[in-house]
Design a binder for this molecule. Structure first.
Ligand SMILES: [Zn+2]
Length: 85
């Protein structure tokens, strides 16, 4: 799994919606990639903040926009390890 894939699955990862294989892949990547670990941490906190303040889950369009922004931020970084298969 590379950084882009990780970010794509991040929402489902946080919600525990990934199947076992994908979850294992995501965890493997998170162990080796500091950037994605930080993104996960930030995203989780952001989601918890939203949930805590408005009681409802983040509305889908806003969530998509959030992940688009994260994906862009990560893909612009040069210091992530290369994709491993
Ligand atoms: Zn990464």
């Amino acid at each position: 799994m590379n950084c882009e894939e990780l970010i794509r699955y991040l929402s489902d990862y946080i919600d525990n919606n990934l199947d076992e294989d994908l979850r294992a892949d995501a965890e493997e990547h998170l162990r080796t990639c500091h950037n994605c670990h930080v993104v996960l941490d930030t995203t989780r906190k952001t989601i918890l903040m939203y949930k805590g303040s408005i009681k409802d889950p983040i509305p889908a369009p806003r969530r998509v926009a959030l992940f688009d922004r994260l994906l862009k931020a990560v893909s612009e970084r040069q210091d992530c390890p290369p994709e491993e298969e």
